[in-house]
Write a protein that binds this ligand. Structure first.
Ligand code: IGP
Length: 259
């Protein structure tokens, strides 16, 4: 049966084919190598207290339009001022209305690590992410087989980037651990049905164990939600909707950190 995730990835692959035709792999590889060194986020994520990855997100397949973000760099700057440990930028076009230009603008504005949030299914996207200044990339376990997961994790490291390996089930957590992921996310949203259940993180946290840094993703709508997942073992929360809809993004991030 075809899922939402499958249809998103079909759109991603079509866009990718166009970009590859316009700029062959050789050129994007060279740009990636020439880009300034990536910033490592792991120390920030491991520091005491709850870290926040604040997301620049205009729309989503589950919620439709969230916010009309005309200046993503200004939003990212406000997040950084509120104490965000990293900024996530959606670069998927069809469902999230994001672009690589958003990533460029955010990279140019902030000093904190930047996550390219997209559906990574091809080597090309990793070189591209680095060329556009990404420090972190997302690997969605549900979208990749074990060979891809291993290869992409390795390539991310080789390019100096940190991979956030996203899971949603116990089996996916085991696959993330098996490839040696050091930064593991639990998405409270099921990408195949788009249903959100905030309890998902707590159910999987113990299985991840103490060696990997744990990120609770999606459905964190309030400081109380952040405090809940922190009490269940989250080192980091990844928050989009609640921050883009809040009138004051700086305060919104600061409140989430306090929990
Ligand atoms: O807006 P929310 O519910 O705070 O969620 C943010 C983030 O977790 C979500 O955007 C996300 C998590 N994993 C993803 C994978 C692809 C696209 C988006 C996502």
């Amino acid at each position: 049966m075809s899922t939402v995730l499958d249809s998103i990835i079909a759109g991603v692959r079509a866009d990718l084919a166009e970009r590859k035709a316009a700029k062959p792999m050789f050129f994007v590889e060279r740009e990636a190598v020439e880009a300034a060194a990536a910033i490592s986020p792991m120390e920030r994520f491991r520091a005491p207290g709850l870290a926040v990855i604040a997301e620049v997100k205009r729309r989503s397949p589950s919620k439709g339009d969230l916010a009309d973000i005309v200046d993503p760099a200004a939003l990212a700057g406000a997040y950084a001022e509120g104490g965000a440990a990293a900024i996530s930028v959606l670069t998927e076009r069809h469902r999230f209305n994001g672009t690589l230009a958003d990533l460029d603008a955010v990279r140019a504005r902030v000093d904190v690590p930047v996550l390219r949030k997209d559906f990574m299914v091809d080597e090309y996207q990793f070189f591209e992410a680095r060329a556009h200044g990404a420090d972190i990339v997302l690997l969605i376990v549900a979208a990749l087989d074990d060979s891809e997961l291993g290869r992409f994790l390795h390539l991310s490291k080789e390019l100096g980037m940190t991979a956030l390996v996203e899971t949603h089930t116990a089996e996916e957590v085991d696959r993330a651990l098996a490839v040696g992921a050091e930064l593991i996310g639990v998405n409270n949203r099921n990408l195949k049905t788009l249903d959100v259940d905030l309890a998902t993180f707590g159910l999987l946290a113990d299985r991840i164990g103490e060696d990997a840094v744990k990120v609770a993703e999606s459905g964190i709508l309030s400081p109380a939600d952040a405090a809940r997942v922190a009490s269940e073992g989250a080192d980091v929360v990844l928050v989009g909707e609640a921050l883009v809809k809040h009138g004051s993004p700086t305060e919104a991030v600061a409140e989430m950190i306090k929990g």
